[in-house]
Unconditional design. Sequence first.
Length: 355
Amino acid sequence: MSLAGETAPPPPEKATASQVPPDTGSEFTPLLRDVRGQRLLERRTGWYARTIVTNALGLVAVVTGMALIGASWWVLALAPVLAVLSARTAFIGHDAGHAQISGNRATNRRIGLIHVNLLLGMSYAWWNDKHNRHHANPNHIDKDPDVAADVLVFTSEQAATRTGFRGRLTRHQAWLFFPLTLLEGLALKVYGFQDLRRRKGRERLVEGALLVAHTAGYATLLLTTMPLAHALVFAALHQPLFGLHLGMAFAPNHKGMDIPGPDGEKWGHLRRQVLTSRNIRGTVLTDWFLGGLNYQIEHHLFPSMPRPHLRLARPMVKAHCRDLGIPYTETGLIDSYRQALRHMHEVGEPLRADS
């Protein structure tokens, strides 16, 4: 649904913990009741079946193309296509993890294992644990693993502890963000293998077997459809572009938004999710490219809501927030990247000043 004809509202003022009164359950309850009344929490099994089949057919078409033209350097043109399809595969795994696809937990897990472990070589269990903690406390420095100090940092307090090589990274992290996302696809695979040490019994066996199957299958596919040199270059294009695509989908969602302080612990579900999330306006193409995550506010308020319903819930959520005086942040795609990068640039400013 195109929103291009809307007049962009002025950027809302950020609500800080001291400015926002504690949320209460009653603030979210009327919205939840209205959303249920519109049946927006009901599963879209047919939509997801078509999405999964279409994605699978796309993957089969790319593999067929690799087999047919693998001896030519033209095969490299399929690497970006496979990167896009890999991101679509990740979005399906994401939705399975949120129980958006089926009301049956075992069915969602099987879909997640196939798409995340087998097709992508990432760990469904590792991602699900990490992502659930993020959803429970978005942007909370002590509780959200997505804003924990790692390669990137998100607060001045985190930046103050950086020295040496990591300090140099932090000074220039805004410029390095997108180049670093080129490594994200490989990093997620490494994290999955590392997480196997925490798993036990059947879960470790299933997760590990599928990760190994993906790695062996991916190598076999490349080496049997094209010469070694072509295979190496193909992988060197496919994996970074896949990571970049994921980074472009996830970067705008929370970076630069409110970071709950001590008073943030008292926020109810509505404020905790809305004040820390950012929506992206756009067209149907934006929805497709970002896998529905451009409706990040609605997704965080209703994690199990099927992806095609998020845009339908948006007007209700926006109106509810307006009635309560809660800032509802929504911006264009390019501006969302600008805001996220500006925040990371400002976090690194003290280190640049001292250098």
